[in-house]
Design a protein around this ligand. Structure first.
Ligand SMILES: [Zn+2]
Ligand SMILES: [Zn+2]
Length: 127
């Protein structure tokens, strides 16, 4: 009986770690995203779809070597990809990057923290 509880606790711990990691990646991404959008034309590197201010949120920064810590200022490790092509690119690299689960999640204003109430939710789940 207690085994089930332990498993539940372990998996919510994993969820928490993943959530923190995602929040960290999201914060870091804001920095290099702005730089990349200044450096490169707003065009998807795969499907050549063009972007403007209205839909630039759907244009994401891909790391050519898949290392998000590798952010040279000349932009040589960045590639702008639309969310669909980016998804495709990462399907080869399972779980490497989480830039959002849906097109909608990228539309949130910069101040919004999707994980702010996570701990509350977890507390509620434990009951
Ligand atoms: Zn594309
Ligand atoms: Zn990527």
């Amino acid at each position: 009986m207690s085994k089930t509880t332990d498993q539940k606790r372990a998996s919510s711990k994993v969820d928490q770690v993943l959530a923190e990691q995602r929040a960290y990646i999201a914060r870091r991404e804001k920095g290099y995203r702005e730089q990349a959008l200044k450096l490169y034309p707003w065009i998807c590197g795969r499907c050549s779809r063009e972007f403007g201010h209205a839909n630039v949120r759907e244009l994401t920064v891909h790391h050519v070597d898949h290392n998000h810590d590798n952010n040279p200022v000349d932009g040589s490790n960045w590639e702008l990809l639309c969310i669909y092509c980016h998804d495709e690119e990462h399907s080869k690299y399972v779980n490497f990057v989480q830039y959002g689960n849906s097109p909608g999640s990228a539309v949130e204003p910069a101040t919004h923290n999707p994980f702010a109430d996570l701990k509350e939710k977890m507390k509620a789940q434990e009951k």
